[in-house]
Design a protein around this ligand. Structure first.
Ligand code: F6P
Length: 364
């Protein structure tokens, strides 16, 4: 048996723990393991790797001492989805071509029997297409945003929430010392899990998430009520994908073959709240800091369980599945089911309701 491992989409703390666990579990079964560089680029465009190392041999030495490190030793990319591969036409325009069948053929030519692919919604949808085209695939759910359905957690989320909480804790000093509004922008494209969990954990006064379109007049009123009782400051956490009621997400740009780049909502919220309240407001954007650093023990453990379970899935002949945390066990979900919908925050769920019970404003 010869398996490949690949990591796709935005990096998340815990990827290396999965790579290590899958490699060690496979090697212990006497299988061969290779790693594909930068998503599928190492296999699809080997010419980009002058030393011929687009596909590398994974042995004990390669994975020694990596389980606690952030990032991915294989590299990752969110450009060049093989099912919508950007190709320039002779007239200079770009079209997307479907290269899935071709990619399955490349696995065959490289003598690879099965793939463990670690990624978020985009990579798992590619995994589903590869499985439908005949490749033996097991997906591993990854994202700091925690927006994948059918698994109660993705690795990377716990690390991101812990770091965001530490950062929000820190802005309280400036908020109280200067009687300011401090706005902290965190990642969270379609789902506000990071903002919700870190905002509650750090006792923020307002939390703005994509699932609950906001009206800043409501947030300003809450800040006004605080001022009336001498609490002259406020801390607001906003997810990058949050949007005003009737408005749109704040976007900074879009490159060919990539999703829209989000950004700017924190600045907009701060500027408008300053106008509405007459207070000074400042913004901190945590952005990619949330994806960096060493994974928490929770994410190392989850990544390790996922990596080992992916190999057991292949051994048992379960392919076309995603490993999933279904407490207390890790089990398997068909990829088609796993990618059918996103898991977003329920505005009427107990976490939001509890936050509202405490007086936290969601701007609604
Ligand atoms: O999907 C994870 C995520 O962190 C999103 O919250 C964010 O919009 C995106 O990645 C940013 O990706 P990039 O690294 O391409 O800017």
């Amino acid at each position: 048996m010869r398996i490949a491992i690949s990591t796709g989409g935005g990096d998340a703390p815990g990827l290396n723990a999965v790579i290590r666990a899958a490699t060690l579990s496979a090697l212990r079964r006497g299988w061969e393991v290779v790693g594909i560089r930068d998503g599928f680029t190492g296999l699809m465009s080997p010419e980009k790797y002058p030393d011929g190392d687009g596909v590398i041999t994974m042995d004990l030495n390669r994975v020694r001492g990596i389980g606690h490190l952030g990032g991915t030793i294989l590299g990752s990319t969110n450009i060049g989805n093989p099912s919508e591969y950007p190709q320039q036409q002779p007239d200079g325009t770009w079209i997307n071509v479907d290269r899935i069948e071709e990619l399955v053929g490349m696995f065959g030519s490289a003598g690879i029997d099965a793939l463990v692919t670690i990624g978020g919604d985009g990579s798992l949808s590619i995994a589903r297409r590869l499985a439908e085209a005949g490749l033996s695939v097991v997906g591993v759910p990854k994202t700091i945003d925690n927006d994948l359905d059918n698994t109660s957690a993705t690795f990377g989320f716990d690390t991101a929430v812990q770091f965001a909480t530490d950062c929000i804790d820190r802005v309280f000093s400036t908020a109280t010392s200067h009687s300011r509004i401090m706005v902290v922008e965190v990642m969270g494209r379609y789902a506000g899990w990071i903002a919700l969990h870190s905002g509650i954990a750090a006792a923020a006064h307002a939390i703005l998430i994509p699932e609950i379109p906001f009206d800043l007049h409501n947030v300003a009123e809450m800040i006004g009520r605080r001022s009336a009782r001498q609490a002259n400051f406020a801390v607001v956490v906003v997810a990058e994908g949050a949007m005003p009621r009737g408005g749109a997400r704040a976007v900074t740009g879009k490159a060919i073959g990539q999703a829209e780049r989000l950004g700017g909502i924190g600045e907009r919220v701060a500027a408008e709240l300053a106008l509405l309240t007459g207070k000074e407001a400042r913004t901190v954007v945590l952005g990619h800091l949330l994806r960096g650093g060493n994974p928490t023990a929770f994410d190392r453990l989850l990544g390790t369980r996922f990596g080992a379970a992916a190999v057991r899935a292949l051994e048992a002949g379960h392919d076309g599945v995603m490993v999933a945390l279904n407490p207390p066990v890790v089990d398997y979900v068909p990829l088609a089911e796993a990618t059918a919908q996103m898991r977003v925050v329920d505005p009427n769920g107990d976490t939001v309701v509890s936050a509202k019970d405490l007086g936290i404003s969601f701007g609604d």
